[in-house]
Design a protein around this ligand. Sequence first.
Ligand SMILES: O=P(O)(O)OC[C@H](O)CO
Length: 407
Amino acid sequence: MTSTQDQPELTSPDLETSNPATVQDRTERIRRRLERLIGIAATEGNALTALRNGDEIFPAMLTGIRSAEHTVDMMTFVYWKGDIAREFAQALAERARAGVRVRLLLDGFGSRLIEKDLLREMERAGVQVAWFRKPLALSPFKQNHRCHRKVLVVDEQTAFTGGVGIAEEWCGNARTEHEWRDTHVEVRGPAVDGVAAAFAQNWAECHDELFDARDRFVPHRPQGDAVVQVVRGSASFGWQDMQTLIRVMLESAEDRFRLATAYFSPDAYFVELLCATARRGVEVEILLPGPHTDKRVCQLAGQHYYEDLTACGVKIYQYQPTMMHAKVITVDGVAALVGSTNFNRRSLDHDEEIMLAVLEQKFTAILDSHFDEDVAAATLIQEGRWKRRSLLQRAREVAVVPIRRFL
Ligand SMILES: O=P(O)(O)OC[C@H](O)CO
C-alpha cells in the first residue's frame, strides 16, 4: 500500500514540475478551471491513499466497514460471487446487527448476479438494501442508464472510491489473468462529504427514506495536503460534467497526459481531442487491456481508433498480465483523476459516475509510478504494424461500429 506520505521520485525528469512556481501555477489553473466549469468547490486538507489491486483494496475497505460505529454507506456496480462477496456481506450484516445504520445500493444490472442468500442474510441483519433501476421494471431508455459509481463511506469520516467491484475477479495482486489490475483510493478529510453526496444522490432515487436521525454532519479536520474536487457524472442525454472534467484535463495538459482505462471506446470528439493534445506537443499515453480483456467488443470499438491515434503520436500500451480495470488519469505530474469513469460512451454519456480530481504532486507521483510499472508489463502498439493488421481484425472493428454508443 502506498500512502501520500511515501513520495516516490517523479517519473519523468523532463517534466516542468520540478519548479515549485510552475507546479503551483498549473495546479491553481486546473483547480480554477474545474471549479468554474463544474461549479463545485474543491476542498483542501485531504489525505489520499492509493490502493493497488485486491490485496490492498479489499482489506482496507473491510477494515473500514468492521470499524464502523455509526454509519456505513456502500454503493457498487458489480456485486458478483466468491468468498470476497460473502466476506463483504458478512461484514455489513455484522455491523447492522451491532446497531450501525448500513445502507447498500446495488445497480440493478451490474449486481444481478449477487447470491440471493447473501441478500437475505444482510436484510435479516437490518442492512437497508436498495436497487438502482432494475432493468425489467424500466423503459428501454432508462435501462441504458446505470449506476456505475463505486463508493464506500464509513462514519462520515473515511471514504473509498475507484474501480473495484465486489467479486472474485478483483482479488489478488494482478499476478495472473484471474486477478484483475485495479486502483482504488481511500480518502480522509473534507472531500469525504462530496463522496457521501454521490451516494446520497442515487439513494434519493432508490429509497423512500431520504434522511433519518442517524445523519450527522461532522467537522473535518485537515488530514493532508491534497486539494480534491469530487465530480459526479449523471446519466443524461447530451453533455455532462464528466465530459467537462476530462476535457479540462486534456486541454490543461502541457507536458504529459496519461490515461489508464478498462474500456476505451470514446466518441469521435474525444478521439480528436486526444489527437489534438498530442499534436500540440503533449506526450499522450494510454494504457488499455490487452489479451485478457473481459469485453472484446469494447476493445474492438477502441481499436478502430488506434490508427488515427498513433498517427498523431499517441502512445497506446496494451497490458499483458491480466485485465486492466483501473480508471486513472494523470496530468503533468500535478493532477490526477481516479474513480469509476471509463473512457467510453457508457461512462461519459450514459451512467452515474464519480471521479476525484486530485491536485497534489505527491499523490500524482504515486499514480505515475504505478503507471510506469504497468507500462513495463505492457506492449506498445507500433503504428506500422498496426496498419498491417489482418482483414479479419478490421472487419471485427467495423462490425461493432453500430453498437459502440452503448459500450
Ligand atoms: O464497468 P466496470 O468498469 O466497473 O467493470 C465492470 C465490468 O462490467 C465487468 O465486466
